[in-house]
Design a protein around this ligand. Structure first.
Ligand SMILES: C[S@@+](CC[C@H](N)C(=O)[O-])C[C@H]1O[C@@H](n2cnc3c(N)ncnc32)[C@H](O)[C@@H]1O
Length: 336
């Protein structure tokens, strides 16, 4: 099997371009990171909560079948673990856009709502909406946060009540038409308002060929390949800058972050990020593959479990130096 090609690199304003990550050959420091791994307000029709259960996992009911990852507690825990990882990637910032005194904010595909809740805490003057297909957000939240169930790929109705800031994180493999989504963001922002996408290039790569022919590589070829075949965008990260410019955004800025898979880097910051990445993806291998491969490729649950466990084992192997590119891209709707 051929090694997955290194991802496309965008040009322009991306300024974080580590091209080589030094490997920690001692493998001894793994244990030091062992511990690292360790108001809902919408009026809900009962059908929204009438979840779909399949292969031991729970899936959303509203627009059933349109999102292929579960919405159960295990997945919520994984997303919350991811939130801590993203904070570490961004130096504990929730966003990088130069947003000033936002009054109206929306988080698209908010998941457990953890970003929206943190943002509302940081900006008590702002009214923050979190929107998702699944009503899995907590009910005890800051008074300036509201959650709603909606499909962000449908037509929006916010033009009469536009936002100062629109945020979307980790919608790779969730959204089919990012260009349309970005156009709707533009139309629903106030003049001078900001949009920020934080997203992945959903294929790993290695600088030294160590990913070639591994179970980890096979996992992404099978799973991400299936998502792409059925129409989901799994590699939005490197395309976001261009998409924002096409939609008419100005002052577009893009940054790329390299995230290692596991504790193999020598650099302590990258080693720590790699540990957090490993923790959240280990819980995600099964979640990411089950619906895609059983619904579209006729795999059995057991076959998926084996694929996931091989990917997990390879992810722990310090001789396999997989990395992923993560992008933060923001832009402004022109003032006039
Ligand atoms: C991978 S999770 C990311 C959650 C959150 N943004 C975060 O970073 O923790 C993707 C989320 O997008 C939601 N989603 C997927 N398709 C959607 C759609 N068409 N409309 C609204 N939400 C959607 C899913 O239900 C899921 O909660």
């Amino acid at each position: 099997m051929a090694e997955t090609p290194a991802p496309e690199q965008t040009t322009g304003t991306i300024d974080n371009t580590l091209d080589n990550v030094e490997v920690d050959t001692s493998f001894e420091s793994d244990s030091a990171y062992g511990d690292e791994l360790s108001s809902y307000t919408a009026s809900l029709a009962s059908s929204v909560l009438d979840y779909r259960y399949e292969n031991g996992r729970r899936y959303h009911k509203f627009r059933e079948g349109s999102y292929l990852l579960p919405n159960d507690e295990a997945e919520s825990d994984r997303l919350d673990l991811g939130h801590e990882m993203y904070l570490q990637i961004l130096g504990r910032k929730l966003y990088l856009a130069p947003v000033k005194n936002p009054q109206r904010v929306i988080d698209l595909g908010t998941g457990t709502g953890i970003w929206a809740i943190d943002f509302a805490d940081e900006h008590p003057q702002a009214e923050v909406l979190g929107c998702d297909l699944s009503p899995i957000q907590p009910s005890l939240v800051p008074p300036n946060v509201k959650f709603l169930v909606d499909d962000i790929e449908s037509d929006w109705a916010y033009e009469g009540n536009p936002f100062d800031f629109i945020h979307a994180r980790y919608l790779a493999a969730a959204i089919k038409d990012f260009r349309r989504l970005i156009r709707q963001c533009y139309q629903s922002l106030k003049p001078g308002g900001w949009v920020e996408f934080q997203d992945w290039d959903g294929f790993p790569y290695s600088a030294d060929g160590s990913l070639k022919d591994t179970g980890l590589e096979r996992y992404f070829n099978e799973v991400t390949g299936t998502f792409q075949e059925v129409g989901y965008e799994c590699r939005p990260g490197p395309k976001l800058e261009q998409w924002l410019k096409e939609a008419g955004f100005v002052n577009v800025h893009a940054e790329k972050f390299i995230i290692p898979h596991g504790v193999w880097p020598k650099d302590r910051h990258l080693k720590k990020l790699g540990a957090w990445f490993q923790a959240q993806i280990e819980a995600g291998f099964e979640a990411g593959a089950l619906a895609a491969l059983t619904r579209f490729k006729d795999w059995s649950k057991e076959e998926v479990m084996i694929l996931a466990s091989q990917a997990r084992a390879d992810g722990r192997n310090p001789k396999i130096h997989a990395m992923y590119n993560f992008y933060v891209v923001y832009g402004q709707r022109p003032e006039k």
